[in-house]
Design a protein around this ligand. Structure first.
Ligand code: AMP
Length: 624
């Protein structure tokens, strides 16, 4: 076994041979001709000319030996149901869903928006898209109608798939009526909407000629068989929208072959998931973690994947550990916020379960504070691995690699660069590498490894300008995160360099929230900053200037506007009204100064401020 260091070194120094070995972890219908085409930097094309299919690799490939093994176990503590599917059964469901989608006109290359709660049909739909070579774009169920409409207009789907409703803390959340609302404002609505009815909205409206009932259509395609579309490795597999510095979300586009290889290899070298074992990822299919580690990677690895609908504390704070015991989970993946929620509950909820099958708990999505890392490690008595990645990378960028070498864990650090990533820490201004112990911007020297985004959907220029132009003279990918490396080579993430905030592991652009606040008819302008929160990591805080100060406007009114525009996940913790915002003389809002004040820190250098009384107002508002 090589050491981690040697493994990582080889992945860069002997890139082609290294990735050729990893590519053998998946099936290729036609072999690739070239491992990497990097003739048009920074666009990297992996496994050029090779033909494969994600659904084939996730399902069909395993049928010979695992047709009877559980592939997907769905557990809902919201509606108190469990449904399980063997590889054989999941294959049949996905074939039927693919045939249904075909009958609604979906063809290879078409986009399909999936706006669904955590139900098995969402997984069927995702895998059916992969089977057909259609491009899925899953939108998180917490987003509001206008956010959904913006994503519809960017993706221009041939079909949308939704459900009548979801459920949160036992209360129904209506999905279909929100889809209807979004389709009223979208300029490029799909021809058809396929609806999976769960009986959660008895009064669900139906639009004739457009809406199709899942169960009724499914009857026509029992036992259907649909051949996998063999896609060139670099054809798009999916689009996943994510927030950035501008108000407009970006469609992260991913390929087929590189993604399959990266995920399959990560299961071996990072997550240590063996065929026949069970993986439990507590995320939502609407996020990248759900795409990669609820759906694709565990199935590529021949594992059983658990899909959970519910919260971690219902019926009690032991539910996740009960699942680990009942299903003999060997790999678990969650987020720090969830662990902070569980930390508030009695330790006996963890201790009463037999967790002996669990090899590791992986946590990602937001900074993992040391006390939480310590608490969960001690409570489980199992290694807890903090690892760091982004929607853009699709799989980890910094992590321990227990499948390669057991390296000691340092609390507060997601360990080392993952193989394939040439990680640099660069000085913000000079772009030169910083010394150990000095803070720099976490950057990746291209080419990006397999699995990372190929481009921004429909906008190559935006891909280059957004991610590769942070340092003038170098074409280098910026993560927009600050980091530091200690003398032993361990990295620590220190927060974002841009205006993106992270609420309970969910990434939101403050610009996006500002635009939502500004939709209130009486708001003239506003500033939104992220402030530290003990439970959720960060929460948005808004400062608004009213158009007509005499007109009654409550903070609640403004919050409801945000709920309607973006969804409740973006709702500010508070809205403060001021008559002016602190700005530089060139008109830039001093968000970092506002944030420092809100967190009780020194606002720093304020020599460029236009009117210092604006800051006095912020301070006063914060006192109330
Ligand atoms: P997303 O694309 O929504 O997954 O968000 C990615 C961002 O979440 C990163 O750029 C980081 O700011 C943050 N993040 C993800 N994982 C970690 C981690 N392990 N430690 C610190 N920050 C993290």
């Amino acid at each position: 076994m090589p050491t981690y260091r040697e493994f990582h070194r080889r992945s860069l120094a002997d890139r082609e041979a290294f990735w050729r070995e990893q590519a053998a972890l998946i099936d290729w219908h036609r072999p690739y001709e070239q491992v990497l085409d990097y003739s048009r930097p920074p666009f990297a094309r992996w496994f050029v000319g090779g033909q494969t299919n994600l659904c084939h690799n996730a399902l069909d490939r395993h049928l010979g030996v695992r047709a009877e093994q559980q592939a997907l176990v769905w557990i809902s503590t919201e509606v108190n149901q469990t449904r399980s599917f063997t590889y054989g059964e999941l294959h049949a469901e996905v074939n039927r869903a693919a045939a249904m989608m075909q009958s609604l006109g979906v063809k290879r290359g078409d986009r399909v928006i999936i706006y669904m709660p955590m139900v098995p049909e969402a997984a069927f739909a995702i895998l059916a898209c992969a089977r057909l070579g259609a491009i899925h774009s899953v939108v998180f169920g917490g987003f509001a109608a206008s956010s959904l409409a913006a994503r519809i207009d960017d993706a221009r789907p041939a079909l949308m798939i939704t459900a009548d409703g979801g459920s949160r803390m036992g209360k129904p959340v209506l999905y279909k009526s929100l889809v209807d609302e979004s389709l009223k404002i979208a300029r490029h609505p799909p021809r058809k909407v396929l609806i999976f009815r769960r009986g959660l909205d008895e009064n669900m409206p139906v639009v004739a000629d457009r809406d199709v009932d899942w169960a009724t259509l499914a009857k026509d395609f029992n036992g259907a068989s649909v051949a996998c579309a063999w896609l060139e490795s670099n054809e798009p597999s999916y689009i996943l929208f994510t927030s950035g510095t501008t108000g407009r979300p970006k469609g992260v586009q991913r390929d087929v072959g590189g993604y399959a290889v990266a995920l399959a290899s990560s299961m071996k070298h990072i997550f240590c998931g063996e065929p026949g074992e069970t993986m439990f990822t507590t995320s939502d299919i609407g996020w990248v973690v759900g795409h990669s580690y609820i759906i694709y990677a565990p199935l590529l690895a021949g594992m059983t994947t658990i899909m959970y609908e519910g919260v971690p504390i219902r019926p009690d704070a032991g539910i996740w550990w009960k699942i680990v015991e009942d299903y003999k989970v060997s790999v678990m993946f969650s987020a720090p916020t969830a662990i902070r929620v569980l930390k508030k509950h009695d330790l006996s909820y963890v201790r009463k379960h037999d967790l002996s099958t669990l090899k590791h708990l992986f946590l990602a999505g937001e900074p993992l504070d040391e006390p939480t890392h310590q608490w969960i490690s001690e409570s489980l008595g199992r290694p807890v691995i903090d690892h760091y990645w982004q929607t853009e990378t699709g799989w980890p960028l910094l992590s321990a690699h227990p499948g390669v070498e057991q390296t000691p864990i340092k609390m507060g650090s997601p360990s080392f660069p993952v193989y394939g990533y040439d990680v640099r820490l660069l000085h913000e201004q000079t772009g030169k590498p910083v010394a150990d112990g000095e803070k720099g911007v976490v950057a990746i020297a291209p080419p990006l490894p397999p699995g990372c985004m190929s481009t921004v959907w429909g906008d190559d220029e935006r891909f280059v300008n957004t991610y590769f132009r942070d340092f003038k003279d170098q074409l280098i990918y910026s993560t927009f995160d600050w980091g530091i490396r200690d003398k032993d080579g361990y990295y620590y993430i220190l927060g974002r360099t841009d205006d993106v905030i992270n609420v309970a592991g969910h990434r939101l652009g403050t610009r996006e929230i500002e635009e939502a606040v500004s939709m209130h008819p009486n708001v003239a302008e506003c500033a939104v900053v992220g402030v530290a929160d003990q439970l959720k990591g960060q929460l948005p805080l808004a400062f608004a200037v009213l158009k007509d100060a005499g007109k009654r406007t409550s903070a609640e009114d403004v919050m409801q506007t945000v709920d309607r525009q973006l969804g409740a996940i973006a709702r500010p913790k508070a809205v403060h009204f001021v008559t002016l915002l602190p700005k530089t003389r060139s008109g830039k809002t001093l968000r970092r100064a506002i944030q420092a004040l809100a967190e009780g820190r020194d606002p720093g250098d304020l020599t460029t401020i236009e009117d210092p009384t604006a800051l006095t107002q912020i301070k006063e508002a914060l006192r109330t």
